[in-house]
Design a protein around this ligand. Structure first.
Ligand SMILES: Cc1ncc(COP(=O)(O)O)c(C=O)c1O
Length: 455
């Protein structure tokens, strides 16, 4: 398979400008194999995968243990549903997750992707409230947050640019300010954060009807916009708001769970207990598609209250035995190799190296993140926090950075869904050698980017 065949346009890509591949010279690489933290394209060029594919290749590529687990399960029982039947891999996986997720998050429902996990959490929240006699159907999430593309998840997504084309969406979605401390919109005094961002959620709850809000969705660290970390006390405050008004708190951990922040869950990393955690991506280190949600006992109790009740939701492939078997093997690798410890010990070092880049490169306005999840916001004027205009951003990200990073063999994400950012999310097996390679390439590219923008 070559770039030229891709240009025929038989395969249609996701969220990719058609001009990037249906073109005389497609710029989209055709990837062929992977090993450790690296992938190779059809021309034999090697890339360091600084994005873990799309925040999901936690233990890197070429792991025979996961291949063996899949092959063994395919041989024994390639498929059975979780719909009126059960099977050993899904039962064992649910048990393994119950041991590793915080508090009494003991019930697990499996689907196939992050968007489906978000849809499922929405339906679970609505049904939970209705069974308790409350008609709650509205949701609050945050500006710029990405929660997926299916219609419910799209309503939850706080990116107007993604929603607009498909409106009207399901009614009842409201988007509150996020925790962008670099460009805070809720408080003149920030930083330090005075939690006005959390208070704005409470104001929204009161304005939209506290008895109508089913759930508040937050990522522990918000990806879109560039790794907005939660200020001290913020997530506890969201928890308090949920408790005060009878709202469920959903931690969307499609990216943050499974070691990205150095713990099994972001909730554990920041010490809060949501009612529901959604996950996908890293649960199988991307060797199989699998998503799901874990929920607390009080929700399970309402759904199982009488003999005829059930969660009114399901899908054929949810909890596929091969995916579940791979997820179990993935957890085993995490534990055998101390993957969480690796993130805990090298994450701060990675952050220091990024901070050193900030000290050196005026084009970096802000460095934010934690664990193996970081973003660099690029600015025209650091002192005044002046960003690039649309035309400049287009030139910087698409005209220069994306191509140059690929030329130098680094996969990461140059994104402008809010201000322009470079997003980094390396495989969790990366050591200082690979992290240092990312830093060295960024150092070169940012020097060139500043020259490019100056000219
Ligand atoms: C926080 C969050 N939720 C949901 C999704 C949707 O996941 P998927 O692409 O698997 O549908 C994503 C995808 O990146 C995500 O980051």
């Amino acid at each position: 398979m070559t770039g030229a065949q891709l240009a025929d346009g038989n395969l249609w890509l996701h969220f990719t400008r058609t001009s990037d591949w249906i073109a005389e010279h497609p710029t989209v690489p055709v990837l062929e194999r992977g090993e450790g933290c690296y992938v190779w394209d059809s021309e034999g060029k090697r890339y360091l995968d600084g994005l873990s594919a799309l925040f999901c290749a936690q233990i890197g590529y070429g792991r025979q243990e996961l291949v063996d687990a899949a092959a063994e399960q395919m041989t024994k029982l390639p498929f059975a549903t979780n719909w009126s039947y059960a099977h050993r891999p899904a039962i064992e996986l649910a048990g393994a997750l119950a041991e590793r997720f915080p508090g009494d998050i003991d019930h697990f429902f499996f689907v196939n992707s992050g968007s489906e996990a978000v849809e499922s959490a929405m339906k679970l929240a609505i049904q939970y409230h209705r069974l308790r006699g409350e008609d709650r159907w509205k949701f609050i999430s945050r500006n710029y947050a990405y929660h997926g593309t299916t219609f419910g998840a799209l309503g939850m997504t706080g990116l107007a640019g993604l929603r607009k084309m498909f409106e009207p969406l399901r009614p009842g979605h409201f988007h509150a300010p996020n925790t962008n401390e670099y460009r805070c919109v809720t408080s003149q005094a920030c930083p330090p954060c005075d939690l006005a961002c959390a208070r704005s959620i409470e104001q929204m709850v009161i304005a939209e009807g506290p008895d109508q809000i089913a759930a508040i969705f937050v990522e522990p660290v918000q990806n879109a916009g560039g790794c907005f970390t939660p200020p001290d006390g913020y997530l506890d405050e969201v928890r308090r708001i949920c408790d005060e008004y009878g709202i469920l708190m959903v931690s969307d951990e499609v990216i943050c769970a499974f070691g990205r922040l150095g713990e099994w869950t972001g909730a554990e990393r920041y010490g809060y207990l949501p009612d529901i955690i959604t996950f996908a991506k890293g649960v199988t280190s991307a060797y199989q598609p699998l998503g799901g949600l874990g929920f607390r006992r009080h929700i399970g109790a309402v759904l199982g209250e009488d003999r005829t009740s059930m969660y009114l939701h399901g899908s054929t492939w949810g909890g596929h035995p091969v995916a579940a078997a791979v997820a179990l093997a993935n957890i085993e690798v995490f534990e055998k190799e101390g993957i969480l410890d690796n993130v805990r010990s090298n994450g701060p070092w990675f952050g220091e190296q990024l901070q050193a880049l900030y000290d050196k490169h005026e084009i970096i306005g802000d460095v934010r993140g934690t664990g193996y999840f970081w973003a660099l916001e690029l600015v025209k004027d650091r002192e005044q926090k002046v960003g690039f205009d649309d035309e400049e951003t287009e030139h910087l990200l698409r005209g220069f950075l994306s191509n140059r990073l690929m030329e130098l063999g680094l996969i990461c994400r140059a994104d402008d869904r809010d201000e322009p950012v470079i997003q980094l999310s390396p495989p969790l097996i990366a050591g200082q050698e690979e992290l240092g390679e990312i830093i060295a390439i960024l150092d070169q590219v940012l020097t060139e980017a500043a020259q490019e923008m100056a000219s």
